[in-house]
Write a protein that binds this ligand. Structure first.
Ligand code: FES
Length: 111
């Protein structure tokens, strides 16, 4: 089935991506032109895919792994509902998910 996720940019613009259930959130955001670099391509080594999940959706996500938490500790503009988009695979339960794209991302690989 097709599921949707809405991205809200730092400027407040909203863009909705449609994707198949099972697709990755980072790839879906990139496909509609969101400024999510995803430099490490999902290897949890860059944090440039950092998004802030709308509070009402946060508890519906599979909890972050320790590696993801460690990477988020190093990201900028982190909030309690921050996640790495590369670690979120969409599913029926997440249809309608809303995330914010922070204004700045820091590629940990660049130091
Ligand atoms: Fe690098 Fe997600 S793409 S941590």
């Amino acid at each position: 089935m097709t599921v949707k996720a809405t991205f809200v940019t730092a400027d407040g613009e909203r863009a909705t991506a449609e994707m198949a259930s099972g697709d990755n959130l980072l790839a879906a955001g990139q496909a509609i032109g969101m400024p999510l670099e995803g430099t490490c391509e999902g290897q949890m080594a860059c944090s440039t895919c950092h998004v802030i999940v709308a509070a009402q959706w946060f508890s519906k996500l599979t909890p972050a792994s320790e590696e993801e938490e460690d990477m988020l500790d190093l990201a900028t503009s982190v909030e309690p509902t921050s996640r790495l988009a590369c670690q979120i695979d969409m599913c029926e339960e997440l249809d309608g998910l809303e995330v914010r794209v922070p204004a700045d991302a820091h590629d940990m690989r660049l130091g």
